[in-house]
Ligand binder design. Structure first.
Ligand code: GRF
Length: 202
């Protein structure tokens, strides 16, 4: 399966997917990395791996539609089977989501449906949570509310700050995302009727 990864920042999740895809038995290859930030640190990391990279900066386009049209043109060239959002900090239009629904997944740093949106770690601490974690889910129209493919949990320690909880969660993100992509690329999970359903795919 051909995978394009979308990033806005350092791309540590993207690099975890790149590393996993190097295994001979991994059912996907990362064929491109797209960012909405020209200075996203992950672009240089991907390029150093020989992966084609593209930056589409919103302010260079007259509208959100034009911005997305440029992304679609790059995607048409890359012909991905799967899109992986990995720290992509931009909401996609309904047009974009409809074009890729069922083929686009995202990693979010909370145990959805708890704490959709931003500042998830501080909110978990403020709520007195004793566990926190991350979720890989199919991307649907609503933000951070698509069917869940997988989750990973970590303890919240009484001494935790948002930063150290974020670091603990990021560690398991890097394990969860490759596992979730493997399952999806193998066809062992798919989105059907608005739900993530397991298949008995070989
Ligand atoms: C991760 O915490 C991810 O869950 C969230 O943004 C961060 C991205 O980090 N969406 P990176 O760019 O993958 O290092």
């Amino acid at each position: 399966k051909r995978v394009v990864v979308f990033i806005s920042g350092g791309g540590s999740n993207m690099m975890a997917l790149v590393a996993a895809a190097k295994a001979g038995d991994f059912p996907a290859e990362i064929v491109g990395v797209i960012s909405d930030k020209a200075d996203a640190g992950g672009l240089a990391k991907a390029a150093a791996q020989g992966i084609p990279t593209f930056a589409f900066v919103r302010k260079d386009f007259a509208s959100k539609e034009a911005h997305e049209e440029a992304i679609f043109a790059a995607l048409d060239q890359l012909s991905p089977d799967i899109l992986c959002l990995a720290g992509y900090m931009r909401l996609l239009s309904g047009t974009f989501i409809q074009r890729y629904e069922g083929r686009m997944i995202n990693i979010h740093p909370s145990l959805l449906p708890l704490f959709p949106g931003l500042h998830t770690h501080q909110r978990a601490i403020d709520a007195g949570m004793r566990i926190a974690g991350c979720t890989v889910h199919f991307v649907t129209e609503g933000m951070d509310e698509g069917p869940v493919i997988g989750q990973a949990a970590v303890p919240v320690l009484s001494s935790d700050t948002a930063d150290c909880l974020a670091a603990r969660v990021l560690t398991v993100e890097h394990q969860l995302y490759p596992q979730a992509l493997r399952l999806f690329a193998q066809g062992k999970v798919k989105m059907e009727g608005g739900k993530a359903v397991s298949t008995d795919a070989a």
